[in-house]
Design a protein. Structure first.
Length: 367
């Protein structure tokens, strides 16, 4: 079955990153807990809905820096001023701490474990998500850094594929987003809103697609109202999926062109396409989308150092390398940051159990 630019394999696995999942503790004690993260899979240039996907789920019913002005053209690399946050809880950090004498440790520690990376919230847990988001954002604020958080609980997630899960319906999802937003605090934070939710939406009926887009537009408004310094980015797939014009049309319907709900788009989440291709694609999407000149793009560079394999293989393909280190300073017009949304070394399911860390795979990517 063809699946998204990045697809998840189980609840709590998302594009190969840290996940802050509910562990059953009371909400005032809940903190991020590392579990397997989802693994997103690439789609063809024009994705087609899968019969299984269409029927698998029920119907949906910055530290001290000031944000850049919405009315003026942003200068390259000025989206956030503070460095990105490395959350101290991840599978790769667990491995590094547990293997002090492993000959691969130095490479993995210095080239992967020390890099700032996204924290995923991939479960539907309204009662604890506020406290778990707050644990991440408050930790980042105390360190004077900018966290990257990923809400990933949209109904019909992954079109009922390997990463299915999420909220039972859009009314429940709206409530979950409200709770998520309550944990954002007041400092700078980057929000990667629902990977694959827009690029992969062709599996939905017209009515369900419209409902999803309305909910995503609302989510952006809620997140930015809760914390005006939150930077919210919407799903633009990647450069080998939908055309820029087609993707921009979908994004506009989901509110990504409005400064009230959006700071721009994200691309290449959990994929392998070269940064240069994603920069060009992102700019084309933004141009077609319109909206304020302040809208920008962030690009997942976690595993794109050698580009995508020629055969389109998405599952732990051989010969890949880590890409550009995460940074909010790109030197590229309209490109706000390079991020590691998928953590290198967490398997897509071929070099290990989906979403789990493989030291061999991490070393292969990092050496």
């Amino acid at each position: 079955m063809a699946v998204a630019a990045s697809a998840v394999v189980a609840v709590g696995t998302v594009t190969g990153m840290m996940s802050a999942l509910d562990d059953g503790r009371p909400s005032d004690e809940a903190g991020p807990r590392v579990t397997s993260s989802p693994s997103l899979q690439p789609l063809p240039a024009v994705p087609t809905p899968s019969p299984r996907a269409a029927s698998a789920s029920p119907s949906p019913s910055k530290s001290s820096a000031r944000p850049s002005p919405k009315s003026a053209e942003k200068k390259p690399g000025t989206a956030v001023a503070a460095p990105l946050y490395r959350h101290p809880d991840s599978q790769v950090l667990d491995w590094v701490r547990a293997h002090p004498d492993d000959p691969r440790r130095a490479v993995i520690a210095s080239r992967i474990a020390d890099r700032p990376a996204a924290v995923w919230f991939a479960d539907f847990s309204p009662s604890t998500v506020t406290a778990r988001v707050r644990a991440v954002t408050s930790g980042a604020a105390a360190a004077g850094r900018v966290p990257v958080v990923v809400p990933y609980s949209i109904p019909l997630r992954d079109c009922g594929g390997a990463s299915e899960g999420g909220a039972p319906d859009l009314a429940a999802y709206d409530g979950w987003i409200d709770a998520f937003a309550a944990g954002l605090g007041s400092g700078e934070v980057i929000v990667i809103l629902e990977p694959d939710s827009i690029a992969q939406s062709a599996c939905l009926s017209g009515a369900r697609q419209a409902d999803r887009f309305a909910s995503l537009a609302r989510a952006g408004r809620v997140l930015k109202a809760a914390n005006p310094r939150a930077r919210v980015y919407y799903d633009a797939g990647h450069s080998d999926w939908n055309t820029a014009a087609a993707q921009a049309s979908l994004l506009a319907r989901a509110g990504a062109g409005s400064a009230a709900s959006s700071d721009g788009i994200f691309t290449n989440v959990s994929n392998f396409h070269r940064t240069s291709a994603e920069i060009a694609y992102a700019r084309h999407v933004l141009s077609a989308l319109g909206g304020p000149a302040s809208l920008g793009a962030v690009i997942d560079t976690s595993r794109n150092g050698n580009g995508a394999p020629a055969d389109g293989e998405w599952c732990d393909p051989d010969g890949r390398r880590i890409g550009q280190a995460p940074t909010p300073v790109t030197g590229e017009a309209r490109i706000d940051a390079y991020l590691w949304v998928k953590l290198p070394g967490e398997s897509d399911g071929c070099k290990g159990t989906p979403g789990t860390f493989s030291a061999d795979y991490a070393y292969e990517l990092a050496r």
